[in-house]
Design a binder for this molecule. Sequence first.
Ligand code: 5AD
Ligand code: SF4
Length: 479
Amino acid sequence: MKAILAEIDVNAPIPTDEHNKQYYYIKKMQTVLREEELKLGHKVTACINTFGCQMNARDSEKLIGILEHIGYEVTEDETADLVIYNTCTVRDNANQRVYGRLGFLHSMKKKNPEKKIALCGCMMQEPSVIEKIQKSYSFVNLIFGTHNIFKFAELLYTMYSSDRMVIDIWEDTDKIVEDLPVERKYPFKSGINIMFGCNNFCSYCIVPYVRGRERSRNPKDIIREIEQLVAEGVVEVMLLGQNVNSYGKNLEEPMTFAQLLQEVEKIEGLERIRFMTSHPKDLSDELIEVMKNSKKICKHLHLPLQSGSTRILKEMNRRYTKEQYLALAKKIREEIPDISLTTDIIVGFPGETSEDVEETISVVKEVQYDNAFTFIYSKRTGTPAAAMENQVPEDVVKEGFDKLLKVVQETARSRVGRMQGQIQAALVEEMNEHDTSLVTGRLSNNTIVHFPGDESLIGKIVDVKLTECHGFYYTGEMI
Ligand code: 5AD
Ligand code: SF4
């Protein structure tokens, strides 16, 4: 990366190729930053606050990569000279949290007028949000969306040259810019985007509107990126996409997700492969077969159910029935008996009755999930479900939600406990937050185990005896 920067001449015309153009702006920003540093009298600091899912977490790593190349000192403290919120909008409470925190940033900016505030991510793809920020949060300096984060250096350059709010939102894109800087949070594991966007249009979901149409990265670029990561010490990768099971359909030379996994499996030095998220309608027998025979793919599948009622599933546009989902879960369990299944469930979708919630509960009991993320339905303006007339009253939703949560917790507890006394491989991820004599590791099936150890174990895969189950996690000892 340094070599690329050294070759760039900032006095030459702006490169037309997007990749070189962004390095050009990184270099331009280095000069701007030096001027800022002189003006402020200290090293310029930047802080990114990330909301939402793993996609956003990965995007933030890319933003941090660019910030560090420019020369910012990246901190976790929002008193920084530049604060960026990478936002989520999948449920309304995510939006409300951002508005709440913006008030707090405003009070800091009143004391320090030089402070810069930037907003990006899914929430910014909604025109109503932009209107509201322009009207009520005019102290914000820069707004960009999900499709143009690759031009962050260029956007920062524009921001420092302007006195007004800079807004750059793209409705959609077919562009994927490769090989820009990225700064990983963990040295030993990493997320990798294999595709962007979603074409499913589940009727409650805003993601297809804010993340655009589905596009897959070229397998060669994915493999090259993983090989590079492994060379830097990464042992576990998480392949990321809204619907990884439809990977490769729009490539010039189409390939399936199962085929991509087989290619990733071949990478020497890589120990573990995870992926997220699978849509049940697209999960193929080929994938089950590949998972079954793989030595590296983790024994964990996140398979969002959303609802166990066929009637509601139809309204949600999920394109499977309760019976089809159950048959799929059964097949997976038969082929890969020790696998953990986890899921997402929404309660309170328009028109949902207590009988529908009972159907969902019956699926939870039958599938025996290791964990289930339960969400209260949130009305997202612009989605088909938002226009449905039979929205469920809050107290009815709450009742169904509590009932479901109880069953989810009971089944998860008994399911996680099945490994008591076993010896399993764990990737040590960090020191235990509460007890510094312990480290925290993750099993292949995603269960957490805490056991005595020190910092030297972080990033290593070790065998651990699972001595005691505490509901959702284990304590153990290294063998
Ligand atoms: N309301 C509640 N939950 C939602 N999800 C997506 N959209 C909504 C919504 N409008 C949930 C789904 C999805 C997860 C990431 O978020 O369960 O799988
Ligand atoms: Fe949203 Fe459905 Fe796409 Fe998942 S598959 S991101 S729930 S539209």
